[in-house]
Design a protein around this ligand. Structure first.
Ligand code: AMP
Length: 308
């Protein structure tokens, strides 16, 4: 069983979609990553920070999914990170209405001793200095370091972000952000430029249009499953990352072929996550459902052309 270390926000989310409002519910990138990774045979830990207002029953959800919470600091008298977002009618775009960093503003990640030798490290979308702080605490170089980021860090902390990028193996990023990072419209050219900055692999997420994996001259595409029910896309990217990292930590096989499987697993789990508000669907997800949908992924992409 591989060891997976995750750093990411553990939060209260407040979501409005065309189908309804969630009120304040469990969210955060670290939460979605951890829950997705728990579908695999891995020993995982989430490093994060919450306030005293964070309910014990939410922490118990992590523990119930075999996620080590000794790296989740609970700040006495502090308030938990709060994020409020509203989706537009097509669900492809959203407005962030509120971001209250609260305890996240002074977050100083502490990696639990027994995870300083993790095989895989998944750095969720956070300030690059926090991501660097986690890498610096590892006793030995993990087999694989994956990082997620977003336009906000490109706009505000470019130099620190470039330091992170130089130290990682896989960058996961969405298509618009890849274009912004490289000033290239073509995603093929953008991925090549990002590889020159450090990571050997680049995963470009295209939301409901799937994800692309780039490595040298190789490209692989995982579609997103066309779904009847898309209810709340919050956390889809993080769930994708959790499935990706969880699969690789379990398999301990870091090759292009293995990363291809990893982006299919990531897309598969993300397809469940969007079916209900927040983490709801992931919390009731059963193995047979995951396996059935993996078969649908296979069918979606298989065809029988014979070249003569
Ligand atoms: P995604 O839909 O994949 O972009 O992820 C949404 C999750 O990211 C929500 O659960 C939020 O709590 C969390 N989030 C939003 N903004 C931030 C931020 N600035 N830093 C860390 N986490 C955030």
């Amino acid at each position: 069983m591989g060891k997976l270390l995750i750093v990411g926000s553990v939060a209260f989310d407040d979501i409005e979609t065309p189908f309804g409002k969630s009120d304040k519910i469990l969210g955060g990138a670290g939460t979605f990553i951890g829950l997705a990774a728990s579908q695999f045979k891995v020993e995982s830990a989430v490093v994060s920070v919450v306030g005293e207002d964070f309910p014990q029953e939410y922490l118990d959800i992590f523990t119930a999914h075999n996620i080590d919470i000794s790296g989740i600091e609970v700040v006495k008298g502090g308030k938990t990170f709060y994020w409020k977002g509203k989706y537009h009618n097509d669900l492809n775009s959203r407005d962030t209405l509120v971001t209250e960093l609260n305890t996240m503003a002074d977050f100083n990640p502490i990696v639990p001793d027994n995870f300083k030798n993790a095989d895989v490290v998944m750095l969720g979308n956070l300030h690059p200095n926090i991501q660097l702080g986690v890498i610096a605490q590892m006793k030995e170089r993990p087999k694989l370091i994956i990082a997620d980021t977003m336009n906000f860090w490109m706009d505000n902390t470019w130099d620190e972000l470039m330091e992170v990028i130089a130290k990682i193996d896989v960058l996961t990023i969405n298509d618009e952000e890849a274009r912004q990072m490289t000033s290239e419209y073509s995603l093929v050219k953008a991925a090549a430029k990002i590889q020159e900055m450090g990571p050997k692999y680049v995963v470009i997420k295209k939301g409901e249009h799937g994800a692309l994996l780039f490595h040298k001259e190789h490209v692989f595409f995982a579609p997103a499953l066309p779904l009847e029910e898309v209810f709340d896309p919050t956390g889809a990217g993080d769930t994708f990352a959790g499935g990706f990292a969880g699969y690789l930590a379990e398999s301990k096989n870091i090759s292009f072929e293995s990363l291809k499987n990893a982006i299919i697993h990531g897309s598969n789990l993300a397809s469940f996550s969007v079916e209900r508000f927040g983490t709801e669907r992931m919390l009731e997800l059963e193995k047979h459902e995951v396996e059935r949908r993996l078969m649908q992924f296979k069918e979606l992409t298989q065809f029988n052309i014979e070249l003569t």
